[in-house]
Design a binder for this molecule. Structure first.
Ligand code: MG
Length: 452
């Protein structure tokens, strides 16, 4: 049987790998499996309207009632599924992928992406010819719903609105022409902030800085923060589930550091609680969580895995190095606008500039590297490395994570989507991190050569 869902929904190049016909068939299969009442949302991509029509047809033909939420961030659609007590949802988005891509995410009743078993059921039905279509008098209806007000109110209910309003922050927002433009500026204003923005027009071609925030494409936001004397800059990815922060000096701080800020403040208020993060995250997260008396739960890499782990273990906070923050009192899924509100809450409570808050965190140096490795060799290469490495602590949750006595670590992990092995290393000093990478790069290359 074929596979459609990747690590984060179905994705493909529009009209080549992913067509309206496929979306129609996928939607009818998903609707049949998920239940009668289905939320539908889409991002601002040029192909999303075409796919909306296809998804509606598919869902109606399976007898579903469609609650069309229009254009909105993925986390707002996820919130709506739960808020309105629907059976599930479909989000048409390719997240941070380039503009020629689009995709589909299936959401379960609890607002979280469906687990792999449900994706398999949908795939089996899709490849098996689809569900039995409903009779003529069973064709469902479409109901338009605008959930943005309810969504924003929910986000605001999890922070101290009055306290933040009193700080009168100035916030620079860069939605990257994505759907956060519909929620983030408005939530910031409702928190009493004066808002400046860049790349804030919804545009499915992502002409501003592309749809994925990266340290090297946020100069525009950094410059806006500096020029406008803003207290905070925040950049979102194309579908608004991830946020990257810039301090008042215009410096970009990567996702695991902003997560560490949130985790530190969370643990200070909820001592003894656990926090979930993938094994690829900086040690700074573990430092602040354990330092505050909390527990750290490492997961495999992937946002759905973090969400599902949180649901299973009742964990209230999760975070990823790419800027995904999961705040379960709202919903255990990544939510960029929620993350922005949490950071503003911390700034208001602490009364310190953001650069100082980041400066108070332990600082580590990181390096990443990718080594080409044919897919069919990946497993054997990993086995062979496992046999030769020595470390003071070895974790095998996802790939091989080796910890050394001085607190430095390296993670060697086969990519799920490309023929490469990924190396992530972190140490207290830059020279140490590069020697860690060099040493293990050699090991990995030797292993690949010996198995060829
Ligand atoms: Mg995304």
């Amino acid at each position: 049987m074929g596979r459609l869902f990747g690590t984060n929904g179905v994705r493909g190049v529009v009209n080549r790998e992913l067509t309206a016909e496929m979306i129609l068939r996928l939607a009818s299969a998903a609707g049949f499996i998920l239940g009668k009442n289905i939320a539908l949302g889409r991002d601002g991509r040029t192909s999303s309207l075409m796919f909306r029509e296809a998804a509606i047809s598919g869902l109606l033909s399976a007898g579903c009632t469609v609650y069309d939420m229009g254009v909105l961030p993925t986390p707002a659609l996820q919130f709506s599924v739960k808020q309105y007590g629907l059976d599930g949802g479909l989000m048409l988005t390719a997240s941070h992928n380039p503009p020629e891509f689009n995709g589909l995410k299936a959401i379960a009743r609890d607002g979280v992406e469906v687990p792999r078993e449900v994706e398999e059921e949908i795939e089996a039905l899709y490849f098996g010819g689809g569900p039995t279509l409903c009779p003529w008098d069973g064709v469902g209806r479409v109901q338009n719903v605008d959930p943005i007000e309810a969504y924003e109110a929910a986000v605001l209910s999890h922070v101290d609105v009055e306290l933040i309003r009193r700080s009168r922050f100035r916030v620079a927002i860069d939605p990257g022409n994505g759907v956060s433009a519909l929620t983030a500026p408005s939530v910031a204003r409702r928190l009493g902030c004066s808002v400046l923005s860049i790349n804030a027009e919804l545009d499915g071609r992502f002409p501003g800085r592309g749809s994925e925030p990266r340290p090297d494409n946020l100069e525009g936001l950094g410059a806006l923060v500096e020029a406008s004397d803003a207290d905070l800059g925040v950049a979102f990815d194309g579908d608004g589930d991830r946020a990257i922060f810039v301090d008042e000096r215009g410096e970009v701080h990567w996702g695991d550091r902003s997560f560490a800020l949130i985790a530190k403040s969370f643990i200070a208020r909820n001592p003894g609680e656990a926090v979930a993060t993938p094994v690829s995250s900086s040690r700074v997260v573990e430092d602040v969580v354990k330092g505050g008396g909390g527990k750290i739960i490492y997961t495999r890499v992937g946002s759905v895995i973090v969400s599902r782990t949180m649901v299973e273990l009742g964990i209230k906070l999760g975070g990823e190095e790419n800027g995904g923050i999961f705040y379960a009192p709202h919903l255990p899924v990544r939510d960029g606008t929620m993350a922005m509100a949490l950071i503003l809450n911390i700034m208001a409570r602490e009364g310190k500039p953001l650069s100082q808050l980041f400066g108070e965190l332990p600082r580590y140096h990181q390096m990443k590297e990718r080594i080409p490795c044919p897919n069919h060799l990946k497993e054997r290469v990993m086995e062979s490395i496992k046999g030769v490495v020595e470390a003071s602590r070895v974790e095998t949750i996802d790939g091989l994570k080796l910890w050394y006595d001085d607190g430095s670590w390296i993670l060697i992990r086969p990519s799920g989507t490309e023929p490469v092995l990924r190396l992530y290393a972190e140490a207290g000093e830059p020279s140490k991190v590069s020697s860690l990478i060099e040493r293990h790069k050699r090991l990995v290359r030797e292993a690949i050569e010996s198995l060829r």
